[in-house]
Design a protein around this ligand. Structure first.
Ligand code: NDP
Length: 372
């Protein structure tokens, strides 16, 4: 028997109040179509915390599959596992393979899992670390998909369709939350694909710290980095005119991670026919949209949800993940800063709970990643 542990919750609430460690044992005789996997690494993403709080767009299923006394959910949407054994020798998954969940809300915050082989996708682990593979399928994929699929409104002749930014064109996009995992990925893909980016970050507590962060993002490939205070000030209009050569260079795409005033300012920075893609709401403030932008500039406002794309196009998702892992392997993509949270047999429940609770806090040194 394999001794296993999982973080679980049986009711919605703050992670520090509702998360528990559940210990169980896994029988060596697993169904023939299944595999037993052990966790290598699993990040703590903002959406995981929203899921525990009960505020996320997709509600998880509460079950007693791992023998909890009350129906529970194992949180964690993302992570990488290593195959320990397969239910049948002919399985396409072999001992030592690295796999990612093929489905959303798999429940990655656990030491082991048994599930149908079809619930996993195999990745080529060559030259990659567990944390690189564990963090590929949410943040980098979001940036990749948005930059590849969205762009300015192509007008009535195109059935009001969108024209993605053109690779190698030097076209501009603008984003807030530029220091987030998604933001850092967008900077790097943008650079790699010959696009230019304007990046909004929140002011740090000292000018030196702000400069250091600006420099860090510039080193990743950011063309322009501005602080939120600069961005929300009256002077921004003139600064923007300078960047875009008095608007001759249109900004066709905006990425909104934050909401509130910041999102409105992103919308105002867009050129005619531009599209604002909202994918996150970190400030928890609604977005207000000046009607003039809709009427006179025909700005388009759309939302993005990776889970929906993944469900509709699992093949495309696999292709994208392989492509990004190749880019990482070639050394063309720098890892987002992470803070490893070691999880071994002795790790206290409280340590894990606290690590999760901190996952929504701002001004952190890096994303928390559970490392097994
Ligand atoms: P990270 O944990 O990597 O970063 C969080 C970011 O949010 C940091 O840049 C932080 O800024 C910023 N932030 C935190 N609190 C606030 C606040 N009160 N106001 C403004 N900014 C704040 O996040 P991810 O990249 O993993 O995710 C970012 C957002 O994108 C989340 O809302 C997430 O749910 C969403 N997302 C959505 C997806 C989708 O499919 N729609 C997919 C992936 C992510 P600072 O550095 O200044 O602290």
């Amino acid at each position: 028997y394999t001794q296993a542990k999982a973080l679980v919750f049986s009711k919605y609430g703050e992670p520090e109040d509702v998360l528990k460690v559940h210990t169980h044992s896994i029988s060596p005789s697993i169904p023939s179509s299944s595999v037993l996997v052990r966790s290598l690494a699993a990040p703590i993403n903002p959406a995981d915390i929203n899921t525990i709080q009960g505020t996320y767009g997709a509600k998880p299923a509460f079950t007693s599959l791992i023998g909890t006394s009350e129906p529970s959910v194992v949180p964690g949407n993302e992570g990488v596992f290593e195959v320990v054994s397969s239910g049948e020798p002919s399985s396409s998954l072999k001992k030592g393979d690295w796999v990612l969940p093929a489905i959303g809300q798999f429940g990655t915050w656990r030491t082991h899992a048994v599930d149908d082989a079809s619930k996993f996708i195999k990745v080529n682990k060559e030259g990659l670390t567990p944390t690189q593979v564990a963090t590929v399928s949410v943040n980098p994929c979001t940036a990749y998909k948005i930059l590849r699929s969205y762009g300015p409104n192509a007008g009535p002749k195109a059935g009001l369709g969108m024209k993605p930014l053109e690779v190698g064109s030097g076209q501009w996009f603008i984003q807030n939350g530029a220091n987030s995992g998604v933001g850092r990925s967008a900077i790097q893909f943008g650079k790699l694909w010959g696009l230019r980016s304007i990046n909004v970050i929140r002011d740090r507590d000292t000018p030196e710290a702000t400069e250091a962060l600006k420099k860090e993002l510039q080193d990743l490939g950011a063309d322009v980095v501005v602080t939120e205070s600069q961005f929300l000030s009256r002077e921004w209009r003139d600064q923007l005119a300078e960047i875009t050569r008095k608007g001759r260079e249109h900004i066709g795409l905006g990425l909104n991670c934050v909401g509130g005033k910041s999102a409105t300012a992103i919308a105002r920075s867009l050129g005619e026919d531009g599209t604002l893609v909202s994918y996150g709401g970190m400030a928890r403030q609604p977005v207000s949209l000046p009607v003039g932008l809709l009427i006179f500039k025909d700005i388009r406002f759309v939302g993005f949800w990776l889970s929906r794309w993944n469900e509709r196009d699992p093949q495309g998702r696999k292709h994208m993940i392989d492509d990004i892992l190749n880019i990482i392997r070639e050394g063309k993509f720098r890892d987002v800063p992470i803070q490893e949270v070691k999880w071994d047999w002795e790790t206290e429940e409280e340590t894990l709970r606290n690590a999760v609770q901190q996952g929504l806090q701002g001004f952190r040194k890096g994303k928390g990643v559970l490392v097994f």
